[in-house]
Design a protein around this ligand. Structure first.
Ligand SMILES: [Zn+2]
Length: 490
């Protein structure tokens, strides 16, 4: 019988911290500046320059650790990871090795079919980024180095090899990204590489405990490609193992154009980084009181928001997922829903308000929303949207009119009540006016009235349509319905 193999996948994620300056110097950490303009003796690795740890970076690492259920070490150690490469001016990267700042955490993931699983997080450590080699510039064959990125603060989050499929790996990555974004420590931008992932992938015969030889997939820049790269790699390894071959430990990259992984370099001789504590940096001490103070500022995380919106507001899982896809959107939704609910006394009324907001946001507002990192351009303020929804709820305008009014609010920046007043949009809710229009319609359609009274009550829709037409669409349809029924049944 053919051997059945089980995938073993572990992810290492690098997240650039959302702070103004670099890990060990005061240079700007912003992206996109002209090459080599954000540099100083420290991040250029000039002799005698001394690193000073960035307090904001340390706080970010603690926040991430606490949110991911880690134990935060009160005393961690910066270590030198030694290797030679042109993008590493010092000849070593300052990282953390045997005593990282955070350890032993976990992340709950949920698959598309609803299966839940908890994946262990081995450790989170602080480190500095390398510079960036720019190939094929200058004469066209030169490689130049841009040191703006050198020394930018990162956290590396090392997950346990507990993922058993490409789908689990994607779910883990999505969940991790949203946690970091809601914490405000990372902007989640895969394309610009501020959130990037390496995957360690291997197979072992089902029932065997020992891991097989792994390959490392490097720098994959989208969720879809992570999944495809891992799927391809699992298939490639299975074909080799099934035909009696041996997996070579190596680093591979994913080519989206060819949908396959390609060998970059063999790993066999690249392992000795000769880590040792950095003599320029004393042990990093974070007190229990500091950790407690940071814990007190942790925001509600998206998984918790989704569960709460479903139980308190009756949102569907799909609605909750859409509205929690970005922290700015989640904030906007919650602010609008709170304004619309106002001081509604019952849980049902508050739920109905939340549901109305969720529906209108998804149907009308989302198409105008653009996300830029952790910021988002929302087309109107929460208070303006809440005002519009209140105008609809009061019956002044119909839900259909609300779409037009909203489009005008976005285009002109005017408030809903002003637009309704200026355009004379107020829905006719005066029963006297509606009754007069209804009587006229009934008088003109005696035949249909007889049919209705003979039991063909479905002609009611016809009468409603006629009254709407007579009032040029301004009538409140629910009231028209009531008035017509009353007139027809008396
Ligand atoms: Zn610098």
């Amino acid at each position: 019988m053919a051997t059945v193999y089980e995938p073993v996948i572990g992810l290492e994620v690098h997240g650039q911290l959302l702070i103004k300056t670099k890990m060990f110097c005061g240079c700007s950490a912003s992206y996109g500046a002209p090459p080599n303009t954000h540099v100083c003796p420290v991040c250029l690795g000039l002799p005698g320059a001394l690193p000073v740890p960035n307090a904001a970076a340390i706080e970010c690492a603690v926040r991430a650790g606490l949110a991911l259920g880690c134990t935060v070490r009160e005393r961690s150690v910066f270590a030198r990871k030694n290797y030679f490469y042109p993008d590493l001016a010092k000849g070593y990267q300052i990282s953390q090795f045997d005593l990282p700042i955070d350890e032993h955490g976990s992340l709950d993931i949920e698959l598309e079919d609803g299966t839940r699983k908890t994946i262990g997080i081995t450790r989170i450590h602080l480190e500095e980024d390398a510079a960036k080699n720019l190939h094929g510039v200058g004469s066209g064959t030169d490689t130049l180095v841009d040191y703006n990125r050198a020394g930018v603060a990162l956290i590396e989050i090392v997950g346990e090899p507990e993922l058993r499929s490409a789908a689990e790996a994607e779910a883990y990555l999505r969940r991790l990204r949203e946690v970091l974004m809601f914490l405000g420590v990372n902007d989640g931008n895969l394309e610009e590489g501020s959130f990037r992932c390496d995957a360690n992938v291997s197979l072992r015969p089902v029932g065997q405990e020992k891991f097989g030889t792994r390959t490392e997939l490097k720098n994959i820049n989208s969720f879809r490609f992570v999944r495809k790269a891992i799927e391809y790699e699992l298939g490639r390894q299975e074909a080799i193992l099934s035909s009696g071959g041996r997996i070579v430990q190596e680093t591979r990259t994913y080519s989206s154009a060819e949908d396959k992984t390609i060998s970059l370099r063999s790993k066999e001789d690249a392992h000795d980084y000769r880590y040792f504590p950095d003599p320029d940096l004393p042990p990093l001490v974070v007190s229990a009181a500091q950790i407690a103070a940071i814990r007190a500022t942790l925001p509600e995380l998206p998984a918790s928001k989704r569960a709460r919106w479903q139980s308190e507001l009756g949102l569907t899982a799909a609605d909750a997922q859409v509205l929690s896809a970005h922290p700015a959107l989640a904030r906007f939704f919650e602010a609008t829903a709170a304004l619309v609910a106002g001081d509604a006394p019952t849980a049902e009324q508050r739920a109905a308000a939340g549901k109305r907001c969720a529906n209108f946001l998804q149907a009308e507002v989302l198409r105008y929303v653009a996300f830029h990192g952790l910021e988002a351009s929302l087309p109107v303020e929460a208070s303006a949207l809440a005002e519009l929804l209140a105008v609809v709820e009061a019956g002044t305008i119909s839900g259909k009119m609300a779409k037009d009014v909203f489009a005008e609010m976005v285009a002109t920046g005017k408030r809903a009540q002003k637009i309704v007043a200026q355009r004379g949009l107020s829905q006719v809710s005066d029963t006297g006016v509606l009754e007069a229009a209804a009587r006229e319609v009934l008088a003109q359609n005696a035949g249909q009235v007889e049919r209705y009274r003979a039991g063909k009550t479905n002609v009611l829709g016809f009468f409603v349509g006629q009254v709407m037409k007579a009032t040029k669409g301004a009538a409140n349809p629910a009231l028209v319905n009531d008035v017509l029924k009353r007139l027809l049944e008396t």
